[in-house]
Unconditional design. Structure first.
Length: 305
């Protein structure tokens, strides 16, 4: 086998394993952060029998598969959500590696610290966004303890590491890079804030939570304002099928005279923003070159004429 391909396979496998392990940690965070519990202590326990989960059963993805989704001590079913989150994060980490290191490398690719740092930068954003996704889907909140440190990391890493942000958010100096991050944070967060106020005024109820504002500000600080604004336009496309099916369920329940649960009325927006941002991050080279650049050009023409 070609040694370069072999090297990519080995490193890719390692990144998949790291992704699955971080996915496992994200499961713990999503469960504990909303209750302000420590994410490192105590160790994971079965929510039913409270027995500590043995380290051999705590292996990401495989632990759940070997146990056939049941607690070893009491046999209660363990949600398939855990291995799904672990596998999803592992696949996303691998995709970020492929995009940033294998397909569109900086300089010397895998041997170039620029490529590696750019990969890690995007993987940090994925980890933060997946955690926000889960908490928002569960409780319709996005804690500041995720988005505020996220903004700081996005600003700091984006400033210190040259060329870490995607085109057209590159910068030639540290000051420019800080400006790009700050602009991304303010414009992206500000856009959601504005829409939240206007929509709230028209609908006379809360359309989006403030958590969506901070989530988007974090995304903007990492990726720049263009990717942030596009995220806001792309998010609803992911939300549409779900909102439509929720509406159908609600009306069929009404029609059948079944009770409507609180869940039928809930519609967190954060998860769709996260899906939009992840799609943009992974497909950015094609999206920006394909229609992203044109989108902003047309918008500019529209408003300047
Ligand atoms: Zn148990």
């Amino acid at each position: 086998m070609n040694p370069v391909v072999l090297l990519y396979l080995i490193v890719g496998t390692g990144i998949f394993v790291i992704g699955a392990t971080i996915g496992s940690f994200i499961n713990v965070c999503a469960y504990r952060i909303p209750w302000q519990k420590s994410v490192i202590w105590p160790e994971s326990r079965c929510p039913n029998c409270l027995n500590a989960i043995a380290s051999r059963d705590n292996i990401p993805i495989l632990g759940w598969v070997f146990l056939k989704g049941k607690c070893r001590s009491c046999g209660v079913e363990i949600s398939s959500r855990y291995p799904i989150v672990e596998a999803t994060v592992a696949i996303l980490f691998l995709a970020v590696f492929l995009v940033n290191v294998v397909i569109h490398p900086v300089g010397f690719g895998m041997l170039d610290p620029g490529s590696i740092l750019r990969m890690i930068y995007h993987q940090i954003l994925i980890a933060l966004m997946v955690t926000a996704f889960l908490i928002d889907a569960d409780l319709q909140i996005i804690p500041d303890s995720i988005t505020v440190p996220g903004m700081i990391i996005g600003l700091a890493m984006g400033t210190i590491v040259k060329g870490i942000r995607p085109e057209p958010s590159g910068a030639n100096s540290i000051f420019e890079a800080f400006g790009v991050g700050l602009l991304g944070l303010v414009v992206t967060g500000g856009l959601v804030w504005l829409v939240r106020i206007v929509a709230g005024f028209i609908a006379r109820r809360e359309a989006m939570g403030f958590g969506d504002v901070t989530l988007m500000a974090m995304i903007g600080s990492f990726l720049g304002w263009q990717a942030g604004v596009l995220t806001f336009f792309l998010g609803p496309f992911f939300g549409l099928p779900v909102s439509f099916s929720k509406l159908m369920i609600k009306y069929s329940k009404k029609w059948l005279g079944l009770p409507i649960s609180a869940r039928d009325n809930e519609l967190p927006f954060g998860p769709y923003l996260v899906m939009g941002a992840i799609t943009l991050m992974i497909g950015w080279h094609h999206i920006w070159g394909g229609w992203g650049k044109k989108f902003f050009h047309d918008l500019y023409v529209l408003f300047s004429s």
